[in-house]
Structure formats: C-alpha cells, structure tokens
Design a protein around this ligand. Structure first.
Ligand code: DGL
Length: 288
C-alpha cells in the first residue's frame, strides 16, 4: 500500500523478485500526498489502509511508501501482530556511516523522522515532488526537478530516492545528476520479502503447498481474458496499457485483476483504475 501510485515501483520489484501467488495493491491517491502530514494523520490513514487490505484476506502487508515505513510501521506491527509487515526505507544507514558523498531526497515527514535517527545525515525534503508526480502520472516528463531541488550546495556522488514516488522518475534524476549513482529502497524490500518467502516455504509449507501452487497457476492460465489480463498474451508490451484502457472503457465498473510475471495483482481503492493503468505503463517502460 502507498499514498498513491509511488508504491507501484515497489510492486514491480516484488512481482519480479518474489515467489508469491497474488497481491492486492491499495493506493490512497485521493488523499495523497502523505509526506506533508503529521504522525496522527498517518496513523489514522495507515490503519484504514491496513483494514482494507485485511478485508481482502492478506497475511502480509508491504508499506510501499517511505513515509509510512519511516513514521508508523512500528506502531502498525504492534496493533496488528498477526500481520507480517514490510517497509520500504531509504537505504541510508550504510551511506551515513561510510562518509560517502550522498544525498537522500525524501518527503518532509520522512526527512524529519530520519534526521532523528541519523543526526548528521544529508537529507533533503522535496516537499511537493510526490504530489507533482501524482498529478503528472501519465505525463511524467512534465515534472521538473529544478523546481523541487533548490539550494542544494554540492553535487552528490550518490542520490538516495527516499520516497517511492521518486522511483517513477528515476531517469529524470539520472539526467539531473548525471555523475551520481541513483539508488532506492524498492529493490531491497523485494529482496527481503523474497528471502522470507523462501524461508517460510522451506520451513513451513514444503510439500504441502506444492500441489496448491500448481493448481492456482493452472487456473490463471485457463481464466478468461475478460476477467484477467495476462501480460504474456500481448506480445508487444507498449500496447498493453492502451488495451487495458479500452477494456476499462468497455467495462468501467469491473474491478480487474492484472497478471504480471504470472502473479495476480488486484487493485483496490477508489483510484484503482488509475493505479492499474499506471502500473501497465510502468511495466511497458521498465520491461522493454
Ligand atoms: N510514496 C510515498 C513515500 O514513499 C508517499 C509520498 C507522499 O504521498 O507524500 O513517501
């Protein structure tokens, strides 16, 4: 879950990396951005999101949102001990220790929370960048980093993207900081979940679930295209988003599931269509 579409960048990594059957994506786009909110608001929004996902029967929740991960993950673990929670954090720790010339770009809430843990960390709060990205989700080249990254003193060697929305414009960051390495927390989150999945599979379910997994995959392949989209069935990925768009025009009230890497994603929340289309675009752009 995320405040909006930023978490799709984490979803993409998770689906590519982890051996999971299905996921549910909840984006709260209508109330984004989260990054300028205070802790009390964030707790309320996180609980509401978690309850929506619990109603879908999930047993693990990924905060695909730097702000929620940094500000309220700990509290959510306490409130919902039966759920496995994962966060997406700016990978700041090792850089802060190493003395390297890095800069973390985050939301305001993440910057405030992280400065408490890493006193001398170089963190820049790009306060309106996530909402700019959210507004331009289908025209990301319109987002001008120079409007958001003012007064940076020195050119960093490493730029840490501390908000998952920023991952959606990684190439814009690359162009803006041509000599810097650009890193994000999304890949690490996916790796952590993948290793947990392997551990759980090896230690708890081995054998027992094997048959069930095979059956589920088989059902997916048999299922009707009007209910599901299977990326593999469309040879040319760039046409995928427009095919989905047409489908949504024909059947606007149907909540579609989407398949990527043979894994099912169900999009929920009032803005599910926006997120589904944005994800199709991300897959088209990143997979090519
Ligand atoms: N994508 C989220 C994050 O990683 C939230 C951005 C926002 O809504 O301000 O922080």
């Amino acid at each position: 879950m995320d405040s909006g579409a930023g978490g799709l960048s984490v979803l993409y990594e998770v689906l590519k990396t982890c051996d999971i059957e299905s996921t549910v994506y909840y984006g709260d786009n209508a109330r984004a951005p989260y990054g300028n909110r205070g802790k009390r608001d964030l707790l309320y929004l996180a609980e509401e999101g978690v309850d929506k996902l619990r109603a879908e029967g999930v047993d693990a929740i990924v905060f695909a949102c730097g702000t929620l991960s940094t500000c309220v993950l700990f509290e959510m673990k306490r409130i919902y001990p039966e759920i496995r929670f994962y966060g997406t954090f700016p990978p700041l720790e090792s850089y802060a220790m190493s003395g390297e010339n890095y800069l973390a770009v985050t939301t305001r809430a993440t910057a405030e929370a992280m400065k408490k843990s890493f006193h001398c960390a170089r963190i820049f709060a790009a306060e309106n960048l996530a909402s700019d990205i959210e507004k331009n989700l289908f025209s990301l080249s319109e987002v001008r980093l120079e409007n958001h990254l003012k007064n940076l003193s020195a050119e960093p060697g490493i730029v840490i993207l501390g908000c998952t929305h920023f991952n959606l414009i990684k190439n814009t960051f690359r162009a803006y900081f041509p000599n810097a390495k650009i890193v994000s927390g999304a890949e690490n989150t996916a790796k952590m979940i993948a290793s947990d999945c392997r551990y759980i599979y090896n230690n708890v379910f081995q054998g027992e679930n094997e048959q069930k997994n095979l059956e589920t995959r088989e059902n997916c392949q048999k299922s009707n295209l009007s209910d599901h989209f299977c990326l593999k069935k469309y040879g040319v990925l760039t046409t995928f988003a427009s095919k989905i768009e047409n489908y949504l025009k024909i059947m606007p009230n149907k909540s579609p599931n989407l398949y990527f890497c043979d894994k099912k994603v169900k999009f929920i929340g009032s803005e599910w269509k926006t997120n589904l289309l944005a994800f199709a675009n991300i897959c088209s752009n990143l997979t090519e």
